[in-house]
Design a protein around this ligand. Structure first.
Ligand code: PEP
Length: 258
């Protein structure tokens, strides 16, 4: 069985103490997360910047990895308000969400900025979880595949250093994020297959085949197993249902299977 990813995007939620309490409760629920770790599922938590270091410290004796929800592409300098890869790594982060739909559509990031952030992340030896996905109107107009293609092609234009260790892709249709409106299994299956083809083309045959593809968009306990049954899907990126440790633990158990 391939390694699976269960990733939590806390967005702009949780204080330092709430983040620490989450980790304690999750480990209580899933003791197999304590090092050396018993399972096949890799848990990845993306807290806000302010709590990244404290959540990483709380997770020190576990296999849980911590990541940042964003980064800047320069390593240091006069970029007030931005956070660099060296700062993220120093705080205990080993992954970064790149191009999340809220960064793209609420905060105005375009494909070129996403590409610069991805390149910086890969160069820093940090896992980039690249988020791609179409808006509802783009799907309705029949453009879902071309939108995702452009997002992938631009982000992966500089393929140097990209392997399954530095890249994972999350397919997150924008209309399914935080809406309770799930993408259908056939739609996700078709898109995952398309993303796999594009990874083979834009990365290379060897590594493109191994890069993990996650689904994200209103995943919650009860609907995760169906997505995990899709051949090219090896994980999930979860927002709302990741905020409560018991709900996240339920997702972990559902991913483990019966
Ligand atoms: C997300 O934030 O990436 C996400 C998928 O959110 P939700 O699970 O709430 O749809």
């Amino acid at each position: 069985m391939p390694k699976l990813w269960l990733a939590a995007n806390w967005k702009m939620h949780k204080t330092v103490s709430e983040g620490q309490a989450f980790v304690a409760r999750l480990v209580e629920q899933i003791p197999g997360l304590i090092k050396p770790g018993a399972g096949e599922i890799r848990v990845l938590i993306f807290p806000g910047f302010v709590s990244l270091q404290s959540v990483a410290a709380a997770a020190r004796d576990t296999t849980i990895r911590i990541g940042a929800q964003d980064c800047y592409f320069e390593a240091h300098g006069a970029f007030t308000g931005e956070v660099s890869l060296p700062q993220i790594k120093d705080g205990g982060g080993s992954a970064v969400l790149i191009g999340h739909s809220e960064r793209r559509h609420v905060l105005g990031e375009d494909n070129l900025l996403v590409a610069a952030k991805l390149k910086a992340t890969v160069n820093a030896g940090v896992l980039a979880l690249l988020c791609v996905g179409e808006l509802a109107e783009e799907r309705d107009a029949g453009n879902a595949f071309s939108v995702v293609d452009e997002q992938l092609e631009t982000a992966l234009a500089n393929r140097s250093g990209i392997t399954e260790r530095t890249l994972a892709v999350a397919y997150e249709p924008v209309w399914a994020i935080g809406t309770g409106r799930n993408a259908t299994i056939p739609d996700v299956e078709e898109m995952a297959l398309y993303i796999r083809e594009k990874l083979l083309e834009y990365v290379d045959e060897e590594h493109g085949r191994e890069v993990s593809i996650l689904y994200g968009g209103s995943v919650k306990p009860g609907n995760l197993a169906a997505y995990m049954g899709i051949p090219d899907i090896t994980g999930a990126l979860v927002g709302g249902a990741s905020l409560d440790a018991d709900s996240f633990a339920a997702l972990y158990r559902e991913m483990e299977g019966p």
